[in-house]
Design a protein around this ligand. Structure first.
Ligand code: SAM
Ligand code: DTB
Ligand code: SF4
Length: 318
């Protein structure tokens, strides 16, 4: 169904317990409420990004102390993917600080996708804007998911990023969809946006011709040196509400508790699982910032009686 922004805002306004109850019901209708999927991130090309995303430590415009690194060698990517697999991840997400990939670099990345896939892991990449031909090339290598976030509402977008516009994001999402790659698309909360912006972002995702299969919900990690470094922290319950509303308007998508988890208590994360989160980034680093260590996450899942979702989709012994 199509959602209006006003309808989505009304969900945000529900009493907390009613919203969580409704979200948990939708979650159980479409998902295994006892399973959490684990994705591990690797920054395959770090820093010196020409874009000006106000939250991002990798933009060349902000002095954040992130060291610029060239595209990683294939062998290093393979080593990291093997380690992620051994730790229990089922998906390996390769992120690059590009506005869009250069053709020469894409050839290397295509080889990485093949290599990681051959290890029996699901593959995901996030490389910025893609042309339809580039999306088709990644599909040819067997890429399972492409991550490309709309990040916020169309109205608030211009406050956060000026070097591309909202429509550019939608165009890449269309290219990814048309290539037959699963779409991973979400956003960030806690950047100073209004509830209406959060509602509009989720309505945009829900109203895409085909909603994303995977929706990462990031909480801003305020990085010193970025324009958003001093943004006041979000009320934790508003983060949970965002997950719950996403659950209701995107009933089939897997919702990923993404950036910002290191700053969250175990109790807050438990509420997020209750609200419908079914996936996390797993491993001690996101792209450049920290994430809970593997031991803490294993213990958390165990304490909550949550299992690691999914067996590896392809033969892990390959
Ligand atoms: N350069 C590519 C792009 O922008 O699409 C891919 C990598 S980019 C780092 C991927 C996503 O990470 C962004 O869209 C944003 O949602 C998230 N992100 C980056 N910095 C963040 C931060 N400080 N806090 C929360 N999320 C962040
Ligand atoms: C997403 O939505 N969040 C991930 C992933 N997709 C690529 C990235 C989070 C990055 C947080 C800041 C950093 O570590 O640099
Ligand atoms: Fe570059 Fe992506 Fe960071 Fe924006 S979010 S500055 S495009 S790496």
């Amino acid at each position: 169904m199509k959602w209006t922004v006003a309808e989505v805002e009304r969900l945000f306004a529900l009493p907390f317990v009613d919203l969580l109850f409704a979200a948990q019901q939708v979650h159980r209708e479409h998902h295994d409420a006892h399973a959490v999927q684990l994705s591990t991130l690797l920054s395959i090309k770090t820093g010196a990004c020409p874009e000006d995303c106000a939250y991002c430590p990798q933009s060349i415009r902000y002095d954040t102390g992130v060291e610029r690194e060239a595209l990683l060698p294939l062998e290093e990517v393979r080593r990291r993917a093997l380690a992620a697999r051994a730790a229990g991840a089922t998906r390996f997400c390769m992120g690059a600080a590009y506005r869009s990939p250069k053709q020469k670099d894409l050839e290397h990345i295509v080889a990485m996708v093949r290599e990681v896939r051959a290890l029996g892991l699901e593959t995901c990449a996030t490389l910025g804007m893609l042309t339809p031909a580039q999306a088709a090339q990644l599909k040819g290598a067997g890429l399972d998911y492409y991550n490309h976030n709309i990040d916020t509402s169309e109205e608030f977008y211009g406050e956060i990023i000026t070097t591309r516009d909202f429509q550019d994001r939608l165009d890449t999402l269309e290219a990814v969809r048309d290539a037959g790659i699963n779409v991973c698309c979400g956003g960030i909360v806690g950047m100073g946006e209004s509830v209406r912006d959060r509602a509009a972002m989720l309505a945009t995702l829900a109203n895409l011709p085909e909603p994303p299969e995977s929706v990462p919900i990031n909480q801003l990690v305020p990085v010193p040196g970025t324009p958003l470094a001093d943004t006041p922290p979000l009320d934790p319950f508003d983060f949970v509400r965002t997950i719950a509303v996403a659950r209701i308007v995107l009933p089939r998508a897997t919702l990923r508790l993404s950036a910002g988890r290191e700053a969250m208590s175990d109790e807050l994360q438990a509420l997020c699982f209750l609200a419908g989160a079914g996936s996390i980034f797993y491993g001690e680093k996101l792209l450049t910032t920290g994430n809970p260590d593997v031991e803490r996450d294993r213990r958390l899942l165990e304490r909550l009686g949550l299992a690691r979702a999914g067996t590896l989709p392809r033969d892990a012994a390959a």
